[in-house]
Design a protein around this ligand. Structure first.
Ligand SMILES: C[S@@+](CC[C@H](N)C(=O)[O-])C[C@H]1O[C@@H](n2cnc3c(N)ncnc32)[C@H](O)[C@@H]1O
Length: 240
């Protein structure tokens, strides 16, 4: 099996997704109104910050209290062709179970949920204040196939995996540093045979470039595609 596209635009064409899907407008209208709300969030960030910050494992585990405009936070993550790509991944492949690391304001999970309302989606976010915004977004869209889990990935991932047993599509979109990224892949891999796994920001830092290289050289990875900003791999599928 090969991955028959190398950019989100090619993927969207392959999936037969239209740029003006009514679902996209519904989601983006909610994003626009939250961005214009003037709200400010104060929360603990358990991520890698910016590449130049070079935070230690202890600093990331402890978290940093930050204050951010909701306008900024709602702008993180998948938008435009990438958001349409996430929608297409569930619409086309119809994964029964989807796991997302990094809910943020719930937009990528909304795209995946509306792409296939039959998929059951679990999404994890470390900051309860941000997960609460995602809950508002999902409610406003009438989405009922998303379970939001709040906690550090390292604290809650084990329980999520043993509760659900197997995931068909995994999106790793948070804590963009070398060691955590490789560790999340190793932890998830036994629960993701034959799955599509997407890593966002694979060129974001030297650490992320190294993590992507290491992950795709794992013997469980059958095929992979570096799509630029993000990478897609498939585990345990046969060549040919
Ligand atoms: C890039 S945003 C996710 C964007 C979202 N997937 C989208 O496309 O709409 C990353 C999120 O991961 C969360 N995060 C980062 N490191 C984390 C960690 N170690 N544990 C839990 N959440 C974490 C951040 O708080 C942030 O909301």
């Amino acid at each position: 099996m090969n991955i028959p596209f190398s950019t989100p635009e090619e993927a969207i064409a392959y999936f037969g997704i239209k740029a003006d899907e009514p679902d996209f407008r519904r989601i983006e209208d909610i994003r626009s109104s939250l961005r214009a709300s003037g709200r400010v969030l104060s929360y603990k960030d358990y991520g890698a910050g910016q590449p130049q910050m070079k935070l230690s494992a202890e600093e990331m585990h402890e978290g940093r209290r930050v204050e951010k405009d909701l306008n900024e936070v709602c702008g993180w993550g998948m938008k435009g062709a990438w958001a349409a790509f996430m929608y297409g991944m569930t619409k086309y492949y119809k994964p029964a179970k989807v796991l997302e690391l990094g809910t943020c304001c719930g937009f990528s999970s909304a795209y995946m949920a509306l792409g296939n309302p039959q998929s059951s989606i679990v999404t994890i976010e470390g900051a309860p204040e941000i997960s609460a915004v995602a809950a508002e977004v999902h409610k406003a869209l009438g989405i009922s196939n998303i379970e939001r889990v709040v906690g550090r990935f390292s604290d809650v991932l084990g329980d999520v995996l043993s509760k659900h047993g197997h995931f068909d599509l995994v999106f790793i979109d948070g804590h963009h540093a070398y060691e955590p990224t490789v560790n999340y892949f190793r932890t998830i891999k036994p629960y993701a045979a034959g799955a599509h796994i997407i890593f966002d920001d694979i060129s974001w830092s030297e650490g992320m470039k190294q993590a992507w290289k290491e992950v795709i050289s794992d013997s469980s990875v059958s095929c992979h595609m570096d799509m630029g900003k993000a990478g897609l791999l498939i585990t345990g599928c046969k060549e040919g």
